[in-house]
Write a protein that binds this ligand. Structure first.
Ligand code: SF4
Length: 347
């Protein structure tokens, strides 16, 4: 999806860290581009600030996700997960799904004001809005732009239910706001943590906070009085699908106070597949051939693997007390998942 706004000019103002819009990548064609910014706090990263004409995105009818609206204040993600399903969406912006996705971050700087106008319209039916379905709304750049407080306020203030999924401990900053919002509208918060081994996590998700930081985030959300679901996804065949790893991870999540866990296997759509195979070739070369066999020419594990993983996870869920029937909530990691370990009736 391209940004719909109109180009409104190059750089202006007095931000000493700003680079001129001419510093944008050659060929970059972002509608609504206001300026491109680099700053010493984010080495190697360029922020492309755009004025967008819309904030609410309608989910295509064909999608099986249990929400119809999303807001994505940014495109691209500093968390740089190797397996990230959202990578190919950068290609719609004339950017690459690889390094560009991690370093060329598009920011809808006017998202709050546009959203406020959209949810104030008479025709807005206050349907559930999922935050961060394409990229992580609490990636580190949110510390610079502070868009989420306004987004939460606009949704809650209009009586719109919302959900947030993140890997970012920065969410703690907005916990008081989320708690306040939950007094007037349904609010659900989920954290993504699928790799318990720190070395593997740093290799697979080099821009993300380590498992301990995310466990502490789960604890903080729970202590604030909001139930926290954890998305244990993607589970990586031969890397993180062992009983020992899953058992240990679910135990740590239970100890941190997680209300429920949803476990899903890796899928590799579009440009993500060659990128992930490159990572495997570099880090786990012996697994390249098994992955090629498992995924074949497609993007998904076979149904047998999904059943096998589900059978493996169910007793672990019970062992660690994850027996609730809390609804699964939207994710940026897995928009159309083969659901494992949660209630199949949700879709
Ligand atoms: S999986 Fe989520 S956190 Fe990781 S890069 Fe993609 S959007 Fe960011």
């Amino acid at each position: 999806m391209r940004w719909d706004g109109q180009r409104i000019g190059g750089a202006s103002g007095d931000d000493a860290t700003r680079a001129a819009a001419d510093d944008a990548l050659p060929g970059l064609a972002l509608s609504g581009l206001v300026r491109s910014v680099r700053t010493p706090e984010f080495q190697g990263v360029t922020f492309h600030e755009v004025a967008a004409r819309s904030a609410l995105n309608r989910v295509p009818e064909a999608s099986r996700v249990p929400f119809r609206w999303t807001v994505n204040p940014m495109r691209g993600c500093l968390h740089a997960c190797t397996y990230c399903f959202a990578r190919p969406t950068h290609e719609y912006l004339d950017l690459g799904a690889g390094r560009d996705f991690e370093t060329q971050i598009v920011v809808k700087t006017n998202v709050v004001e546009v959203l406020r106008a959209e949810v104030a319209r008479r025709g807005w039916r206050r349907e559930h809005v999922a935050l961060g379905t394409n990229t992580d709304p609490y990636q580190r750049a949110e510390g610079r732009y502070r868009l989420m407080p306004g987004i939460i306020g606009a949704l809650a203030g209009s009586g719109t239910p919302l959900s947030v999924l993140t890997k970012g401990p920065l969410l703690r900053r907005d916990l008081p706001l989320l708690v306040e919002a939950s007094a007037t509208v349904p609010v659900s918060v989920a954290v993504s943590l699928a790799v318990g081994d720190t070395a593997l996590q740093q290799s697979l998700e080099p821009g993300t906070p380590d498992p301990r930081a995310r466990l502490e985030l789960v604890r903080a959300i729970t202590d604030a009085g909001l139930p926290c679901t954890v998305l244990v996804a993607p589970v990586l065949p031969w890397l993180t699908d062992g009983v020992e790893h899953l058992d240990d991870l679910l135990r740590r999540l239970a100890d941190a106070g997680a209300a429920d866990v949803t476990v899903m296997p890796l899928h590799l759509r579009g440009a993500v597949k060659p990128l992930f195979l490159q990572w495997l070739a570099r880090e786990r070369p012996r697994l390249v051939a098994p992955y090629r066999r498992l995924y074949g020419s497609g993007a998904y594990v076979p149904a047998e693997y999904t059943r096998w993983l589900s059978d493996r996870v169910q007793p672990l869920r019970r062992r660690h007390g994850f027996t609730s029937r809390a609804p699964w909530r939207p994710t940026h990691d897995a928009p159309e998942p083969a659901l494992v370990g949660a209630q199949p009736t949700l879709f």
